[in-house]
Design a protein around this ligand. Structure first.
Ligand SMILES: C[S@@+](CC[C@H](N)C(=O)[O-])C[C@H]1O[C@@H](n2cnc3c(N)ncnc32)[C@H](O)[C@@H]1O
Length: 196
């Protein structure tokens, strides 16, 4: 069975565009078959980005883990005028993210990485709408190991749905982070974490 995180080279391409506005900035994303939320901006991703932009004080380097076609990283790069690194395991998603970076002329880069395997730097912010359907081990790998890629005082931001085990994940992550459930909307929980 195909998932949005598998690489299916034979999947027919049907490029479409998805528009989005934030605070006077206009965006137009290229999307395609075989990537997450291919027809619209995902509600959880939008809530996460908008909550992050309203609450963060950071101006530093950002890492978007599981970037898909690049929605979160590109909006953050444009609005905060900062460098964003975007990674995904899905080749088509990374190809789209690269095209969207060029199209919207933002200070960002996108490349393939299975979780943090190709990440060497440390970041002021790690942000993720994590791939819940990839399974609990991948989810834990991305959220728990974020701490090793955060700079001093770095921030981890993520979204999980209540019915996807948001509360139990909160308990697991409490050992590594001071964790705050900063926003709840329509069953989506937004979390802001700092390393102990
Ligand atoms: C819920 S989607 C979010 C996509 C995008 N950030 C958005 O907001 O539209 C999760 C993303 O994680 C990617 N992913 C799945 N497993 C991964 C892994 N092991 N390492 C990195 N990315 C992964 C998927 O391909 C997918 O693009």
């Amino acid at each position: 069975m195909d998932h949005y995180f598998t690489n299916n080279e034979n999947l027919k391409s049907e490029i479409k565009t998805i528009d989005y506005e934030y605070n006077g900035y206009s965006f137009s994303f290229l999307s395609d078959n075989g990537v997450f939320s291919k027809n619209h901006i995902d509600y959880g991703s939008r809530l996460l980005v908008e909550t992050f932009l309203k609450n963060t004080k950071t101006k530093g380097k950002v890492l978007d883990v599981g970037c898909g076609y690049g929605f979160m990283g590109i909006v953050i790069s444009k609005v905060l005028d900062t460098h964003v690194t975007m990674i995904d395991v899905n080749k088509r998603a990374v190809h789209l993210a690269k095209r969207n970076i060029d199209k919207m002329d933002v200070n960002a880069e996108a490349f393939i990485s299975d979780s943090y395997e190709n990440i060497k730097d440390k970041y002021d912010v790690i942000i993720t709408n994590p791939p819940v359907r990839a399974g609990k081990n991948v989810l834990l790998d991305i959220l728990e190991n974020a701490k090793d890629y955060l700079a001093q005082d770095g921030e981890l931001w993520y979204v999980l749905r209540k019915d996807q085990g948001a509360k139990s994940m909160e308990k697991v992550l409490e050992k590594d982070y001071k964790i705050e459930n900063i926003c709840k909307s329509k069953g989506f929980y937004i979390y802001f974490c700092k390393k102990h």
